[in-house]
Design a protein around this ligand. Structure first.
Ligand code: UDP
Length: 429
């Protein structure tokens, strides 16, 4: 192991302290929390900087997992949708710069494109190397969501500048590497380290969750934020072709608010039109501590997003011994081994999905074999301790004396423009 490093992470919208499952709180929150904890376990001094989105929390929180979270005032101390955060990023960069001036970190690791921008602003002229994990790419989002993409129009341009100026990019899967290279990133500046799964928490043995049952023979599970691109409506449509099967949908707002959540209301309508509403159970947000028990109480996990930068949910399901049926997109192609830990299907194709699920549900031996293989794969390749070790190696290659790190060049006009304070022009060029 290298000597202890001082590591600053920036995660602008995704606090490791947040409750996950809502619209803007998902895999990134889980990733940052687990990676910070894994690095702290390895003896490093880790602080995560995140935007203050409430007045209720102190400036600095020491977590029980050995790392600290600092809340930086940048914009109103209230919830702001992530697509509206860009104007506040220069303040976040300045806030982080102020806090690291006395205790210079060895490396700054930014999560998501806006954090990358904040990291480059915060480290300008300091020589502190910046590592960037995008979690999701604007180019991919734009390709799939077209005009319904609500990201700020500057995203693609700034993302390219961040990819260019960061000292190292950590991609989470091979599909992302191809996308980054297509965006103009140098292949030699990219390392691949996947997201991980908490294999102590997500285990095949343990309690099962008591669920409101509809009395069907088979039970399928979908877990995720209720956003259109997760493809939950395709699973609901597939249900029309599956007999004696119920579907449990976990995610979205807390159960009490499901009646007013637009996406939950839309999905209920899809279920009603498909004639399967009596076989679909919407649980709303499920807390992390109950997730393994929920996963153990079903026959298979289904995840068929249109696209997926990584996808932690299928890994969690594999670690619980579940067969996974996933769309063959993004990170899912790396994690789910077709015919070994589950089955890959084309995205946005309820007919193909129904046929695959029908055959899998009819074959308990195959389901069990997939489950065993999934546990092995999750433990061998995706335990957070391994992910933390691989991430540490990336940091070490940048901070080693021989690496001769030049100061981070924030040459792009884009970044200067953003650093000009409240009068900045954030319109598209
Ligand atoms: N999650 C949760 N409760 C919910 C819905 C999701 O704890 O009700 C967790 C889920 O277990 C996983 C994360 O949120 O750890 C979602 O991560 P993923 O990478 O699959 O999707 P993302 O939300 O990042 O698109």
């Amino acid at each position: 192991m290298t000597g202890p490093m001082r590591i600053a992470m920036i995660s602008e919208h995704a606090s490791p302290l947040a409750v996950v499952g809502g619209v803007d709180a998902g895999g990134q929150n889980v990733h940052v929390a687990a990676l910070a904890a894994g690095l702290a376990r390895r003896g490093h001094d880790v602080t995560v900087y995140t935007r203050r989105d409430t007045t209720a929390l102190p400036d600095r929180v020491e977590t029980a997992d050995g790392y600290a979270v600092e809340h930086v005032l940048a914009g109103p101390p209230a919830e702001v949708p992530k697509d509206e955060l860009l104007p506040h990023i220069p303040d976040l960069g300045r806030g982080v710069a102020d806090r690291i001036v006395d205790e210079r970190p060895d490396v700054v690791h930014a999560h998501f494109w806006m954090s990358g921008l904040a990291a480059l602003l915060a480290t300008r002229g300091t020589g502190v190397p910046v590592v960037q994990t995008f979690h999701a790419l604007g180019t991919v989002k734009r390709r799939h969501q077209g005009t319904s993409d609500t990201s700020p129009p500057q995203r693609l341009r700034i993302e390219r500048a961040v990819a260019h100026d960061a000292d190292r990019i950590v991609a989470t899967c091979s599909d992302e590497v191809a996308e980054l290279v297509r965006m103009g990133a140098r292949r030699t500046s990219i390392s691949v380290v996947p997201c991980g799964v908490d294999v102590e928490h997500f285990t095949p043995t343990g309690p099962r969750l008591e669920l409101p049952t509809t009395g069907r023979r088979h039970r399928l599970l979908v877990v995720g934020r209720l956003v259109a691109r997760k493809g939950v409506d395709d699973v609901i449509r597939a249900m029309a072709r599956l007999r004696d099967t119920e579907l449990v949908v976990a995610g979205g707002p807390p159960a009490a608010e499901m009646d007013i959540d637009p996406e939950a209301v839309r999905l209920r309508e899809v279920a009603a039109r498909a004639g399967v509403l009596d076989r679909v159970v919407f649980l709303g947000q499920v807390t992390r501590d109950r997730m393994p028990a929920l996963m153990r109480s079903v026959d298979a996990l289904v995840t068929v997003p249109w696209y997926e930068p990584f996808g932690i949910v299928p890994l969690e399901a594999m670690a619980c011994g579940l067969p996974v049926v996933a769309s063959a997109v993004g990170g899912l192609v790396d994690t789910v081994v077709d015919g070994t830990t589950g089955l890959l299907v084309p995205p946005r194709n309820p007919e193909a999905l129904a046929e695959t699920l029908r055959r899998l549900l009819a074959d308990p031996v195959r389901r069990e074999a997939f489950g065993f293989a999934g546990v092995d794969r999750a433990r061998a390749r995706y335990a957070w301790d391994r992910v933390a070790l691989d991430t540490e190696s990336v940091y070490a290659s940048l901070v080693a004396p021989s690496a001769a790190v030049p100061p981070a060049e924030v040459a792009a006009d884009d970044l200067d423009e953003l650093d000009d304070g409240p009068t900045i022009d954030l319109t598209t060029r």
